[in-house]
Ligand binder design. Structure first.
Ligand code: ADP
Ligand code: ZN
Length: 816
């Protein structure tokens, strides 16, 4: 350090601003200011939260502001994560402070706010103020709620402070999440259970008293709530034996363990199959190298990937490294966690957005403190603060749920590869239907390809049959959702007592309400979509903005309002099944049902315990679960996913059909799959039917190459939305002209980038906002990134005070 240098901090602020900023540290705060801690800093006349990225030095000439506080007693993340956050900020063109903010568990981002209390003068004057005056109203509120956030504009408040009636103070919102304390019961030291049975035999009055004592004596502390749940007379027995000096109670900090009990203890396989052995050998060698490597584990559904993941994780943990396992859905995370916890014990954390803020905070801090070996979770587990990360597994890597569709709009699978690289770790992408992108990466040798082509025990892949719904159209089955063939198969399956999964990728009852007089569909007033009818609530709702209305409404076009319902969703399917098979136990699982916490888990458990015969659901039932008694899978409308205006429509359809078919016949009995479709000849449907990934990939690759779509190019979608129709359109046109102007100034490489549009988005309005989009295509990622930075810069000026907002969606998935 030379003389003219001062120690300072590089800080990312939690505001939409690019880059990081330097601050000085006052002496008293210096010992607490660690990298990874949050700080309070002055920024443009405000005080905001920031994150310490680096301790560094700056020229003494530089006039730097001082941080005003350090908010955390210990760091929230490690140094190793910072280059990763910075990479994300650069690649996805998103402010680094906000990347970090979204990575951290909610509930700790404090916002300072103002409170006030009455002075003596204020108290004295209070009674003399006119009863209904605003001043009296405010003073009265403050008097009653001295620590609360002031709900009025500060202008009004400062006036009262000037008069000397109140004092305004800054407060920090306290963290909602804290440690959780629970009451436990344990036997007192030195007391022997057998001696109680002998000495106090007379006291053992209740029938379950022996069992009760055995339970308590079996552990060094049993949750009181568990005892009262297990024994109806639990609280009585606890009191009784405490009084006798046999038991004692105590309080202990517990971690909120959202998984609760072990639900699906997996049988530990005696030995691996040859294909598992080979994959695992390769994987273990990679882990041993302690260098970055990446592989694509392409194993058909039911080939035993989970066991490979498990043993890979175990190997990494044995070498002192930590593991992240990502799955595409929360329900699946809970399910997989049960399997792993039953074998790896409690050094596992679970992390996903379905946890409460307190749970997320607890799990996060356990990871930071190195108390876990493995984290299982959905997309957000990508950021798990593990200091010794050695392995990342992305299961069902093809799943589009890995793409976050709100900012920061990242692809968790792709970023997992980047993180593994930075941490010198191994990343395994696993799938039964690899994404076109990942498979192409295995061809170009970016990923090492590991193949597991057979199901365990050489079980046969299910027999897939197609029902061409066109041929049923005119027959008497015209409006039925369930074809005669599927109906018969369902009957058969019920008779032999096996389970069935029916898949339909649309929720609700009717998908469309049409006016009989003018033919107009009832549409959402805020969005450019038709409303869906939900029977249970008897409401028409919008799946985009949540708008709803009663069905007794007039047609807004012609005013006559004679409405008829068309189309179907999972709710109607469930209804029809109940009519067809009144004795069957039928349950539906879709987001309408699983919004309530724990509901998905309950259903899966019931299904696993064979308390359900037919499970009806959307995409969420197609993934990953292993239910050996499922021998029949029905796909109600295979075409739904083909209709999307999206270059991945074919890929998605193939994946969904293969995945859902993969749920059938995972036990000892061969599975049967019946696919109902209007497009039996579409390549995505025919190749899925034939279990022919290779052929599907060849066809898809050819199309993508011809059209220059990913993986043969990089894509970014620029979406503009605004409240005003004309202004939004105008901004989109202006922006595209500006982009073309930039490119024309890059004589050498400008031609490598293609600008498509602007066009109105396929759904031209959502939540009242008009939407336009521009697609930018490039063969070179770095060139595209360069352009995006330019666009970001110029759009600030271009869109200022236009009311139009630009969203940069890098590597987009949804372009509707
Ligand atoms: P995938 O994830 O590839 O679809 P799973 O991992 O769910 O397949 O495995 C399918 C079934 O095979 C599971 O019931 C699992 O317990 C079982 N299994 C996996 N490996 C073995 C093995 N080596 N020996 C016996 N059973 C196994
Ligand atoms: Zn809407």
């Amino acid at each position: 350090m030379n003389n003219g240098a001062q120690t300072c901090l590089r800080i990312a602020v939690s505001l939409p601003v690019k880059g990081s900023f330097f601050y000085r540290v006052p002496k008293n705060l210096a010992p607490r200011a660690h990298v990874g801690c949050r700080v309070m800093v002055p920024f443009r006349n405000r005080k905001i939260t920031g994150y310490i990225l680096e301790k560094t030095t700056q020229d003494d000439e530089q006039v730097l502001k001082e941080i005003s506080d350090v908010l955390d007693p210990e760091p929230l993340f490690h140094k190793q994560l910072i280059p990763f956050f910075e990479w994300m900020a650069d690649y996805y063109i998103h402010p680094i402070g906000q990347v970090i903010q979204s990575a951290l568990p909610g509930g700790l981002n404090m916002n300072p706010y103002k409170t006030a209390f009455l002075t003596e003068k204020g108290s004295n004057i209070f009674d003399s103020l006119p009863l209904h005056s605003e001043e009296r109203k405010i003073l009265s509120w403050i008097k009653d709620q001295p620590e609360k956030r002031i709900p009025w504009p500060l202008k009004k408040i400062y006036g009262l402070q000037k008069k000397g009636w109140i004092v305004v103070e800054d407060r920090m919102k306290r963290r909602r999440a804290g440690p959780l304390m629970r009451k436990f019961i344990r036997p007192k030291k030195g007391i022997n259970l057998q001696s109680i049975f002998v000495e106090n035999a007379k006291l053992l009055k209740a029938k379950n008293e022996v069992q009760f004592l055995e339970t308590v004596f079996g552990f060094d502390g049993t949750l009181l709530s568990e005892l009262t749940a297990k024994f109806t007379n639990g609280s009585y027995l606890v009191k009784k034996w405490i009084k006798r000096g046999i038991l004692e109670n105590f309080t202990r900090v517990v971690f909120r363990n959202p998984a609760g009990k072990i639900m699906f203890p997996a049988p530990v396989p005696v030995r691996l199959y040859e294909q598992q052995r080979r994959a695992l050998n390769y994987i273990q060698a990679c882990i041993d190298k302690k260098a970055f490597s990446s592989c694509l584990l392409y194993g058909v559904t039911g080939s035993g990937k989970t066991e490979v993941y498990y043993q890979a994780a175990e190997h990494a943990i044995r070498l002192g490294r930590q593991v992240i396992l990502m799955v595409p859905e929360i329900a699946l995370a809970v399910y997989v966690e049960g399997i792993f916890r039953s074998r790896l014990g409690n050094r596992i954390a679970i992390y996903h957005s379905g946890l409460s803020q307190g749970e997320r905070y607890d799990e996060w801090m356990r990871m930071v403190r190195g108390e876990v070996d493995m984290v299982i979770g959905a997309r957000s587990a990508l950021f798990a603060p593990l200091p010794r990360l050695g392995l990342i597994i992305v299961d069902e890597e093809h799943d589009s749920a890995y793409k976050q569709e709100s900012s920061p709009r990242y692809q968790a699978r792709d970023t997992a590869v980047v993180r593994a690289k930075m941490e010198k770790a191994l990343v395994i992408l696993g799938s039964g239907t690899p994404s076109v992108q990942s498979f192409q990466n295995s061809i170009t040798r970016r990923y090492h390809l590991l193949l597991m082509p057979d199901r365990v025990e050489k079980r046969l892949l299910p027999d897939v049959e197609i029902v061409d719904m066109k041929t049923l159209e005119d027959a008497k089955y015209k409006n039925e959702m369930i074809s005669p063939k599927l109906k018969e198969a369902l009957e058969q399956n019920l008779i032999v007592g096996n389970q069935t999964i029916l898949f339909l990728n649309r929720r609700g009852f009717h998908s469309l309400y049409l006016c009989r007089s003018c033919g107009q569909s009832i549409r959402c007033p805020n969005c450019d979509v038709a409303l869906t009818y939900h029977l249970k609530e008897d409401k028409l709702t919008c799946h985009y903005c949540g708008f709803w209305s009663k069905t007794q409404m007039k047609c807004s076009s012609c005013g006559r309002g004679d409405l008829k319902a068309y189309g179907f969703g999972t709710e109607k399917l469930e209804h029809e099944l109940e009519e067809l098979f009144p004795d069957a136990r039928i349950t539906r699982m879709d987001t309408d049902i699983t919004r309530r916490k724990g509901q998905a888990f309950k259903i899966l458990k019931k299904f696993s315990d064979h308390e359900i015969d037919i499970l009806v659901g959307t995409q969420m039932i197609t993934k990953g679960y292993d239910f050996p008694m499922v021998t029949l899978v029905g796909v109600i409308a295979a075409d739904l996913s083909l209709g999307f205006p999206d270059f991945r429509a074919g890929e998605r359809t193939f994946q969904i059909l293969s995945q859902v078919a993969g749920r059938a016949g995972r036990g000892s009995q061969r599975g049967r799959v019946i696919i109902q479709t209007f497009n039996p000849d579409h390549y995505a449907i025919s190749t899925a039917t034939a279990h022919d990934y290779q052929l599907f990939f060849e066809k898809e690759k050819e199309l993508r190459e011809q059209l220059g779509y990913p993986p043969f190019s990089r894509l970014t979608c620029l979406r503009l939305d605004g409240n005003n129709k004309e202004k939004t359109a105008e901004a989109a046109h202006d922006l595209s002209l500006k982009i073309r102007a930039i490119l024309s100034k890059w004589p050498k490489r400008g031609k490598e980038i293609q600008v498509l549009g602007p066009v109105e988005a396929p759904i031209s309005r959502i939540k009242g906002k008009y939407r336009w989009q521009i697609l930018v295509k490039s063969k070179s990622a770095s060139l595209l990134q360069h352009l995006l930075n330019e666009i970001e810069r110029l759009s600030k000026k271009l869109l200022r005070s236009s009311g139009v907002h630009l969203i940069l969606d890098v590597d987009p998935y949804q372009m509707i």
